[in-house]
Design a protein around this ligand. Structure first.
Ligand code: PEP
Ligand code: MG
Length: 906
């Protein structure tokens, strides 16, 4: 049998289902399901995502030829259900053509509405509806959209001008009109004529009058839009594979712009910004969907309660609100009632917060889309925990619903309370995406990118954003817009990115040419500092200091739940008591890596450290090490005290010594004075330390083996610290870690030094503590000979930064020169220093664990490279049987959730 490529739906029946998202895309699958559960949906059909792949591989002619029969039949079905005829001049069937990938990619791909209109059928629609203005307005919108999307007239650069916009402006200017709604039927006819001329001028061809030509053109344009620049960028940012492709949904048109008993809107079953369990959304009377998204007119709220809340935020009186911006509950109570019932039905059915699109045509409600709504990190946690308590979902589902990376948003800064109390807001807008941001004003997305790449913090200020602004939005600290609402582009995209955004700032006027923004008469220029609060909607002039977020009960409850299911523990990489405290507060179960070298850079220590390195002989080194010993001990005590009762893995000195010594004349002179030797001696020693490739040079345990007295000093400092704390009642659990082992003998030699030092300290103090001695596995040879090393080591900790470096042969410091090219060419899917390379580096790890445990079944294995806080890497660590991962303090909650998800997914 021929492969099925088209799935129809309508009037309570459907060939697809909600669980067919891979084939039908999210939109198509849910349109089918809505039919099946009795929600009113205009009839239509979905062309599968597989056809998109065929289109990209085999081309347009092939795809049109294999689709023809099925599409013609599906159109007949729409005709039957709507009582219209595709291409008929008196009673035409008009359709929309929209994209729909597996996951939503808001605004990234193309849409064509009102397809099927031509010079004849426009008259038919005018007669049928008795509304000539409506018919001609739909026709001019169609030509404009089709011209932009299918015929390629859309501007490609900032300098290009959209010919349709230009004509529109000319006509409006000539008539002295500001609003599109003021255009008369005659104006619209004139626009149609001029639009068509523009098409002929630009493309050399007449605008297609045949609806079938129109349909195939639009279907192919939607497939083409899967490969447009912004869709590719969005996919990269969100890790969406290119192979997925988009489906195409063709659906009978319904109109929200047929007069004052029609309208269109977008709604959420719960609050997408805060997670609060309240139905909310926006609509416009006598408008089409794109009018809501474009943010040109001020949208109104659906519920009365929401409307009053909105008016309060905007500083609008109740009288003005009721007269100018009534809620849907007030303006169309019957439809509002039905919509409220439908939203409840959809949430009950899909058991998740839904994002709905609806249109009311002449008093009849139609749902055009339902999908799981995008939400902020805070809303994600609240909705998951609320739905768990409300009995919608079970514990495992609640955990799976939360995206570990999005927890990051909860840890986002808020304004410093004291600094904020001194600041006076200059205006307030809609709190579109939470968090606080402070930065310099820029007005264009490309400039935001440029400034940010120069290390500047910027706030992207726009009248309204569009998908072209995506890169600039991604690099800005926050986004501020003059127009729009909760569902406009800036708001939806910023929430998706977890970026702070205030939209529709009251009385804010932006002048792109003058590069100024004016709020209530106060002018601010490009480069001036501004601060925005996406949680309250307030905008402040100047810079306001930010502070870390405070975590709420839902967050703690989610974390507890995560620990209930996770099998792997999460530790932290911390070198100071402050970091250790932060990580402990985030639930770290110990320190997996304390890099001791970071402790030597402070003022009092760096001189003694330099003295140790620059010393001519062992005696000189020992003298300097004696000075370092008490300082190190104090550092270790601080960390042990903070981690009281939890294990602390302390790594012996790792980096090349030349990193610590002064390379300038002034610094070298100072050291000569301190040490009482000549400048030349110092200078020669510094030269001597320089290596061609220090990353592969004298570092790690090579240092401790060349200068055993360093290892001795560090082992003594660790154990003396632990013993002193024991007397105070603090339980220090030291795990001493040898870095950069490649040969078992290197480790054995270090272990002997450590053990003999510990023995000495125990007998000096007549006391003892429990300790472990283990090693990093970060050199491929160590992984390959893990069975030998495991005989000697108490634990392994995979240093995946170095292991990646040495497995790939990419220098950690120089990889940026070619990595972007490798990712562009598809040689690598991700930066392997950020996302663990499971096939290569991961294979070495798996092997090392198996071999290590074959000789020591209880061998404890962890990971302490940067991958320890990256969800997909954490999940991999679970599958290969690691006992723990260790990551930076702020990644601890992310790793805890990822570890739980890994355990649930099995
Ligand atoms: C590693 O190599 O993964 C590691 C944790 O050590 P460092 O980054 O300090 O080399
Ligand atoms: Mg390392």
């Amino acid at each position: 049998m021929e492969k099925k490529r088209v799935y129809t739906f309508g009037n309570g029946a459907a060939e697809g289902r909600a669980d067919m998202k891979n084939l039908l895309g999210g939109k198509g699958a849910n349109l089918a399901e809505m039919n099946l559960i009795g929600v009113p949906v205009p009839p239509g059909f979905t062309i599968t995502t597989e056809v998109c792949t065929e289109y990209n591989e085999l081309g347009k002619d092939y795809v049109v030829s294999v689709l023809k029969d099925e599409v013609e039949k599906a159109i007949e079905e729409i005709e039957r259900l709507t009582g219209t005829k595709f291409g008929d001049k008196d009673n035409p069937c008009l359709v929309s053509v929209r994209s729909g990938a597996r996951v939503s990619m808001p605004g990234m791909m193309d849409t064509v509405l009102n397809l099927g209109l031509n010079d004849e059928s426009v008259e038919g629609i005018a007669k049928k509806t008795g509304n000539a203005r409506f018919a001609w307005d739909s026709y001019r919108r169609f030509i404009q959209m089709y011209g932009d999307v299918v015929l390629g007239l859309k501007p490609q650069t900032k300098e290009d001008i959209d010919p349709f916009e230009e004509i529109m402006d000319e006509v409006k200017q000539a008539k002295g009109i500001h609003n599109d709604t003021e255009l008369s039927t005659e104006d619209l006819k004139e626009l149609v004529k001029r639009f068509k001329l523009a098409v002929k001028e630009r493309t050399g061809n007449d605008f297609p009058e045949n609806p079938w030509d129109q349909l195939w053109g639009a279907v192919c344009a939607v497939f083409d839009s899967w490969m447009n620049e912004r869709a590719i960028f969005y996919r990269k940012m969100n890790n969406i594979p290119e192979e997925w492709g988009t489906a195409v949904n063709v659906q009978a048109m319904v109109y929200g712009n047929m007069g004052n008993t029609s309208g269109t809107g977008v709604a959420f079953t719960r609050d997408a910004a805060t997670g609060e369990d309240i139905f909310n959304g926006e609509y416009l009377i006598n408008a089409q969907g794109e009018d809501v998204v474009a943010g040109v007119r001020t949208p109104q709220q659906i519920t009365l309660e929401g409307s009053r809340r909105w008016a309060k935020q905007q500083g609008i009186s109740e009288e003005e609100r009721a007269a100018k911006y009534p809620s849907l509950e007030e303006s169309m109570p019957e439809c509002a009632k039905e919509l409220i019932e439908v939203q409840q039905k959809l949430e009950d059915y899909f058991k998740d917060m839904q994002d709905l699109e609806f249109t009311i045509q002449d008093g009849k409600l139609w749902l055009l889309q339902t999908r799981s709504g995008k939400r902020t990190g805070g809303a994600m946690v609240k909705i998951a925990m609320d739905m768990l308590r409300q009995g919608y979902i079970d514990e495992k589902t609640a955990l799976k619903r939360c995206d570990p990376e999005k927890l990051d948003e909860l840890l986002h800064p808020v304004f410093d309370k004291k600094a904020l109390s001194a600041a006076k807001p200059v205006t307030r807008g809609i709190p579109a995406s939470p968090g606080a941001a402070t930065g310099q004003i820029v007005f264009h997305a490309d400039e935001a990118e440029e400034w940010a790449s120069n290390g500047k913090k910027v706030i992207l200020c726009r009248i309204e954003t569009s998908p072209e602004d995506l890169r600039g939005m991604a690099t800005a600290q926050g986004i501020l817009t003059a127009r729009g609402g909760m569902t406009s582009h800036a708001a939806v995209v910023a929430r998706g990115m977890g970026k702070c955004c205030v939209s529709a700032a009251n009385n804010m006027v932006i002048d792109y040419k003058a590069r100024t923004l004016t709020i209530n008469g106060k002018e601010m220029k490009e480069g001036d500092w501004i601060s925005i609060d996406g949680t309250t909607g307030y905008v402040y002039e100047g810079k306001i200091q930010t502070q870390d977020a405070e975590l709420n009960d839902d967050f703690s409850a989610l974390m507890e739940l995560a620990d209930k299911y996770a099998r792997m523990e999460v530790r932290t990489n911390a070198d100071t008591p402050r970091d250790a405290r932060t990580a402990r507060n985030f639930g770290a179960k110990g320190i997996g890596l304390c890099r001791t070298e970071h402790m030597f850079f402070e003022d009092d220590k760096i001189l003694a450290m330099r003295e140790m390195i620059l010393a001519k002989d062992e005696q000189g080194r020992r003298k300097a090490l004696e000075k370092l010993l008490p300082l190190q001990k104090t550092d270790f005590k601080g960390i042990f005290r903070t981690m009281d009762g939890l294990p602390v893995t302390i790594r012996l000195l790792d980096p090349p010594l030349h990193e610590f010594v002064p390379h300038d004349e002034k610094g070298q002179m100072e050291m000569a004075k301190v040490m009482g030797i000549s400048y030349k001696d110092i200078h020669d020693r510094v030269e001597d330390l320089i290596e061609a490739n220090p990353m592969l040079g004298l570092r790690g345990c090579r240092l401790g083996n060349l200068y055993p007295e360093i290892t001795e000093m560090q082992a003594r400092a660790i154990i003396e610290a632990a013993l002193e704390l024991k007397k105070e009642g603090v339980e220090a659990i030291p795990e001493i870690m040898v870095p950069l082992t490649g040969i078992v003998h290197e480790f054995k030699a270090q272990k002997e030094i450590i053990e003999s030092t510990i023995k000495k300290v125990f007998s000096e103090q007549n006391d003892s503590v429990e300790y472990k001695i283990g090693t990093m596995i970060e050199i491929p040879r160590a992984a390959l000979t893990a069975h030998r090393i495991a005989e000697e080591a108490d634990f392994f900790s995979f240093g995946t930064n170095d292991l990646t470096q040495m497995t790939f042969g990419y220098s950690r410091d120089d990889v940026a020169k070619f990595l972007p090219m490798y990712i562009d060419k598809g040689f690598l899917k991700h930066d392997p220093f950020a996302v663990l390379d499971q096939k290569g580096v991961g294979r070495l790890m798996r092997m090392a664990i198996q071999e290590g445990r074959s000789v020591k079944p209880t061998l404890k294995c962890g990971l302490c490279g940067e991958h320890g806080g990256e969800p997909s890497s954490v999940k991999f660590c679970h599958t290969i049987g690691l006992n723990y991962v260790s990551c930076s303090p702020f990644r601890v909650p992310i790793a805890r959730l990822a570890a739980a998800q890994a355990a649930i997914e099995g």
